[in-house]
Design a protein around this ligand. Structure first.
Ligand code: ZN
Length: 300
């Protein structure tokens, strides 16, 4: 017979989450009743990922595989198929209205108008839907611990609701006409729609395709024309392009935004809540001290 601690460990609900943000949601809902394995870890890029043998093993042993869906994890179906096992796939975005990339949106003609933007978690209201879906899946897979999952989820949902208020309050200090931001790839469409801020990016909704020279020239022209004060780096992307754009336009590097991936424990975004707080703080700080815009105000 196994020792009590090992027995308890073995009885935990085995959950696989495709990337770090989903892993964080799953841990918040599952608490000590679940054993969560995250495939794409901190600072990894979930758009382009090469699964490992250990990932296949984790999926084979899992009861639940939590995925974003909306085309984010193109590498996953093949992995699940080859892994075997009988895990239930949980699409965490179920019930969310997907944002389609409109024709003419962004900068490039071939940026995939009509394609679906997978970054739904960037709106905190959507994150609440993710969490409810994860809770329901855990309750269904492990009804013995249903009360725990429900209690954990409701405590975490309350934190998300106050986070949403916090974001609105912080951004309200920036006049609407100043809320213009350049990020590396188009990961903030849901954030932009939820919180009334404009984002542009040289790279599309996936990091699979590199921006073309024309994409880069267009965004440089746009930054100059609109006097956009700051461009932001991302933890999952090469910073060189944004540094080049900043030096050609005089825009400041406003800091690093975390879009698709959390950081490790010692980074500034070890959890979803910390990630959103960090992003908002970084944006507000950059836009509050925007020399390009203040000089334009003086000229006018
Ligand atoms: Zn992305």
């Amino acid at each position: 017979m196994l020792p009590a601690a090992a027995q308890q460990e073995a009885s935990k609900l085995k959950v696989v989450a495709t990337f770090s943000i989903l892993g964080d949601f799953a841990r918040n809902v599952g608490g000590d009743r679940v054993d969560v394995t995250t495939l794409v870890g901190p600072n990894g890029d979930v758009h382009v990922y090469s699964p490992t043998a250990a990932d296949a093993e984790a999926i084979r042993n899992a009861r639940l595989v939590i995925v974003n869906g909306l085309g984010l994890e193109g590498w996953l179906p093949r992995l699940v198929k080859s892994s075997g096992g009988n895990a239930t796939t949980v699409v965490a975005t179920r019930g969310i209205v997907p944002r389609k990339v409109a024709a003419g949106e962004g900068l490039s003609r071939d940026r995939g108008a009509g394609s679906v933007d997978p970054h739904a978690w960037q709106s905190v209201a959507n994150a609440e839907i993710y969490v409810a879906n994860i809770r329901d899946a855990m309750v269904a897979a492990d009804p013995t611990n249903a009360a725990t999952y429900r209690a954990n989820a409701s405590a975490y949902l309350a934190k998300l609701t106050s986070l949403d208020h916090e974001v609105r309050k912080a951004l309200a200090t920036i006049p609407v006409e100043r809320r213009r931001v350049i990020s590396t790839h188009d990961a903030f469409g849901y954030f932009a729609a939820a919180y009334d801020i404009m984002f542009m990016a040289p790279q599309g909704v996936s990091t699979e395709t590199e921006p073309s020279a024309r994409d880069i020239a267009t965004i440089i022209a746009q930054i100059r024309k609109e006097k956009i004060p700051a461009v932001f780096l991302e933890n999952i992307s090469d910073p060189r392009l944004m540094r080049q754009i900043a030096s050609e336009t005089g825009a400041a590097i406003g800091g690093t935004l975390y879009s698709d991936s959390l950081t490790g424990e010692n980074g500034p975004a070890p959890s979803y809540i910390e990630m959103v707080r960090h992003n908002v703080r970084t944006i507000v700080r950059a836009l509050a001290n925007s020399p390009a815009l203040s000089s334009r105000v003086i000229q006018e």
